[in-house]
Structures are given as structure tokens and as C-alpha cells.
Design a protein around this ligand. Structure first.
Ligand code: ATP
Length: 267
């Protein structure tokens, strides 16, 4: 499962250019990620320490996963897409084994980004009374390996995580993310840019993007994508309807012809 989670850098399918708006975020994350992964030699172990953890938090569908994939692509780093289901096993000790395998594979294929989606479900709060022994062990194992990275400035591995529920994270986990970046709902201007980006490869005319941006307050990037996809289906649906009607007309004409033929008096 750990091996299956690896996406080579060039195959994440997302580049910075595919992301509409979010320019400030792209820039700051790029800087935080690029140096530790590509130039570990610049970190001398003194004051300047490579960043080992970035938390992206914000409402669903705002582009956190997209950003993470794009950053891996740009940094030429393998992307390890990890979630609770990749790690957790019902068998005793197997989950910890998966975490060890995760960090050891990351070291082998470095530069690598370990991306933990919905990190709150895997590394959530210890104060939560429902927390069981198994999840405590998973968290401790993860933190141990993560701390191992902190002590080695030449290791080209970084933990990037995303959550919609940052307040559910364990304090010890939050502390390990040196940078926490909020990815919020897009502003009016950003909505316009995102829709332009989403439709940049489509043949569209006469779209008043400014007006559309005004009408979509509260929409996330993902909502805007759904809106564009739904709109893109309209001409397709119309075309299919026209084709269906043409076929029907043709069939009716053929049936009429056959009927007339059959009714023709034979001499
Ligand atoms: P979740 O918290 O639900 O996992 P997320 O914040 O990780 O969501 P993504 O999965 O990155 O969001 O975004 C969902 C989809 O929305 C993307 O695949 C993309 O198609 C679209 N999208 C979101 N933000 C943008 C953006 N800024 N530019 C272009 N497309 C976007």
C-alpha cells in the first residue's frame, strides 16, 4: 500500500500553472519546499534549519491537495499520497510497520513529499477521550520518524499535510508543523481568475467573468469547477438532443417510405 501511494514528480498531473489565483501561496510554499528538497547543502545545521513540515488548512475544495501535488511536481519530488486507509491496519503492530516503511521508502526515493490528507483523522488530538491505544501508537511512531528528519539536515524529505479541521489536531503534531498555511475560500478577484483558468482550454465566448464572480460568493475552487463542468455539459446535451431528433426524423421518413411502398397497389 505504501508503494502504491507513490506518484513520481512528473506524474502528479498538476502544475502551478493549472492553479487559478493563490499566487502568494504558490510563491511562499515553493520557497519553503524547494530549498530543503533541492539544496540541502545550504542548511548548515546552525540557525538555518530546513523546513520539515507544512500544514495546509482551510475549507474543503479550496485547492490544498492541488497545491501539494503542484509543489511536488515543480520541486521534482516524489509525491507520497498518504491517508488513514494507507496506514491503518486491524492487525496488531502492522500500522506502525507501515509508518516505518513509509519513512524508509521516502529516504530511498528522496527528494520526496509525504502528503498526509485529512491529517486530523490520522494524527488527531490526544485529549480526545475516544482515542484508543492503536491511534496513540500510530501517532507516536509517526512523530518519532518525523523527529528523525529534524535531526538530519541533509535528508530531502518533507511532510506536507492538509486538513479542514486544524483544531482537532494534537498540539504535539501542530508544533511540528513549522509553517501553517491557511487556504481560504477565494475572494471575488480570485473566483474570476479561477474560472478563467478552469475554462482556459475550452471554446467559450461572451462570458462575463466579473458578473459570474459576483454571483458565486462562498464558492470554493471545487464548487467553481463543478459549475464549469455542468455548464460545459449544456452544449453537449444540446448536441446529443439534436442528433437524437435527426435520427428520429430519419427513421420516421424511412418508415413512411416503407409503408407507402407496402400500400402501393401491385399490378
Ligand atoms: P479537500 O479538503 O476536500 O480535500 P482540497 O482543499 O484538497 O479539498 P482540492 O482537492 O485540491 O481541494 O480541489 C478540488 C478540485 O477543485 C481540484 O481538483 C480542482 O479541480 C479544483 N480547484 C480547487 N481550487 C482550484 C484553483 N485555485 N484553481 C483551479 N482549480 C481549483
Amino acid at each position: 500500500r505504501i508503494r502504491e501511494s507513490v506518484i513520481p514528480a512528473s506524474e502528479t498531473g498538476v502544475t502551478f500553472d493549472d492553479i487559478g489565483a493563490l499566487d502568494d501561496l504558490k510563491e511562499s510554499i515553493q520557497e519553503l519546499v524547494m530549498l530543503p528538497l533541492q539544496r540541502p547543502d545550504l542548511f548548515n545545521g546552525g540557525l538555518l534549519k530546513p523546513c520539515r513540515g507544512i500544514l495546509l488548512f482551510g475549507p474543503p475544495g479550496t485547492g490544498k491537495t492541488m497545491l501539494a501535488k503542484a509543489v511536488a511536481n515543480e520541486a521534482g519530488a516524489s509525491f507520497m499520497n498518504i491517508s488513514m486507509s494507507t496506514i491503518v491496519s486491524k492487525w496488531y503492530g502492522e500500522s506502525e510497520k507501515s509508518i516505518r516503511a513509509l519513512f524508509s521508502l521516502a529516504a530511498k526515493i528522496a527528494p520526496a513529499i509525504i502528503f498526509v490528507d485529512e491529517v486530523d483523522s490520522m494524527l488527531g488530538s490526544r485529549e480526545n477521550s475516544n482515542e484508543n491505544e492503536a491511534s496513540r501508537r500510530i501517532k507516536n511512531e509517526f512523530m518519532t520518524h518525523w523527529d528523525g528528519l529534524l535531526s538530519k539536515s541533509n535528508e530531502r524529505i518533507l511532510v506536507l499535510a492538509a486538513t479542514n479541521r486544524p483544531f482537532d489536531l494534537d498540539d504535539a503534531i501542530i508544533r511540528r508543523f513549522e509553517h501553517r498555511v491557511m487556504v481560504g475560500l477565494p475572494t471575488l478577484e480570485s473566483r474570476e481568475l479561477i474560472m478563467k483558468k478552469l475554462l482556459s482550454k475550452e471554446k467559450v465566448e461572451d462570458i462575463d467573468f466579473k458578473e459570474l464572480a459576483k454571483m458565486t460568493e462562498g464558492y470554493s475552487g471545487s464548487d467553481l469547477k463543478n459549475l464549469c463542468v455542468t455548464a460545459a455539459y449544456r452544449p453537449v446535451r444540446e448536441l446529443l438532443q439534436k442528433e437524437k431528433e435527426k435520427k428520429k426524423d430519419k427513421k420516421e421518413k424511412e418508415d413512411k417510405g416503407k409503408k407507402a411502398q407496402a400500400e402501393k397497389p401491385k399490378n
